[in-house]
Write a protein that binds this ligand. Structure first.
Ligand code: NAD
Ligand code: UDP
Length: 314
């Protein structure tokens, strides 16, 4: 990373993007943080604004962007189902036009480019755990499709730009990640349960809570992303990035309740359309290519996240 002069982080004011900007500037790297502030917030990057290494630019990646850069991390796109379904056409454009504009930028500047892809490319999977060889089971016309199919199309664009123009690409399929700087109104399960418990509200489980996800703490995910970016050019991915410890949503609710205390009770609500039944990454490739595996146990990550939310909600 020391030889790298200037890095572009799109979606840099969001949850993951802001952690990435902090890590990069902390390592002495110059960062352009680009965001349209749809779900991102200035506060997430406020501590970085005084740094000469950090530049914040308001821009929507559905429009082209040009700047001399050596590395591009494409994190721009709302990740919460609640948020990406507010304006599904914009979500699709962000994923598809946005990817193409950034690939054009990479082509123009000869930059290496990382795509924040997602476990959603596997849809509601029949193969468990999911390996990168699995092609997925995705509804192309449902409410989640703007995100799932948008991300799948972005992956296609990345590999076509590599085949056609020789671009230096890295595609990481990120599984559910949580931690400080998630929005309280984000709608994603960990942030929602924690905020509900801290406010003494009912914990809202969709369905019977037997569906599973595998949750990765944000510092582990950042280690994986930074390592992946610096792997040799031949290692393009897709590579699963996540924590293979699988939990039911009911157990997450019980864990959060036990750690937060308070009077909250569990309330069961209908399951949203196309909600995947189970999800767990096979991280064999990440282990071998990145010499990485997640270190933070769920309970420790939840405690850190609860501590952070206590500070922001009060
Ligand atoms: P987030 O919603 O907190 O951050 C997304 C950021 O992108 C926000 O700052 C938002 O304002 C910005 N953005 C959205 N559309 C944009 C556009 N058109 N132009 C410029 N900026 C735009 O979400 P997150 O959890 O930080 O996720 C970041 C990326 O990682 C997303 O691409 C998401 O698909 C991917 N990802 C996240 C997870 C996870 O569990 N957090 C899992 C898989 C993939
Ligand atoms: N979920 C829930 N209650 C909530 C929010 C989410 O039970 O208040 C469930 C949701 O239905 C899904 C799981 O938690 O089964 C993970 O949801 P999230 O939106 O965090 O991520 P994704 O479905 O995109 O993996």
């Amino acid at each position: 990373m020391t030889s790298c002069k200037r890095v572009l982080v799109t979606g840099g004011a969001g949850f993951l993007g802001s952690h990435l900007c902090a890590r990069l500037t902390g390592e002495g790297v110059s960062v352009i943080c680009l965001d349209n502030f749809f779900t991102g917030i200035r506060d997430n990057v406020a501590p970085l604004l005084a740094s000469p290494l950090f530049e914040l630019v308001r821009h929507d990646i559905t429009e082209p962007y040009l700047a001399p850069v050596d590395r591009i991390y494409n994190f721009a796109c709302p990740a919460s189902p609640v948020h990406y379904q507010i304006n599904p056409v914009q979500t699709m454009k962000t994923n598809v036009y946005g990817a193409i504009h950034l690939l054009e930028l990479a082509k123009e500047t000869d930059a290496r480019i990382f795509q924040a892809s997602t476990s959603e490319v596997y849809g509601d999977p029949e193969e468990h755990p999911q390996t990168e060889r699995y092609w997925g089971r995705v509804n192309p016309v449902g409410r989640r499709s703007c995100y799932d199919e948008g991300k799948r199309c972005a992956e296609t664009a990345f590999f076509d730009y590599r085949r056609q123009y020789g671009l230096d690409i890295k595609v990481g399929r990120i599984f559910n990640t949580y931690g400080p700087k998630m929005r309280p109104d984000d709608g994603r399960v960990v942030s929602t349960f924690i905020c509900q418990a801290l406010r003494g509200e009912d914990i809202t489980i969709f369905g019977d809570g037997s569906q599973t996800r595998s949750f990765c703490y944000v510092t582990d995910l950042m280690d994986a992303v930074l390592r992946f970016m610096e792997t040799p050019e031949g290692i393009t991915g897709p590579v699963n990035l996540g924590n293979p410890t699988e939990s039911t949503i009911l157990s997450i609710a019980e864990n959060v309740l036990a750690l937060c205390g308070g009077p909250s009770r569990i309330r069961f609500l209908p399951l949203p359309e196309d909600d995947p039944r189970q999800r767990k990454p096979d991280i064999t490739l990440a282990r071998s290519h990145l010499d990485w595996e997640p270190k933070v146990p769920l309970e420790e990550g939840l405690k850190e996240t609860i501590h952070w939310f206590r500070g922001t909600l009060s």
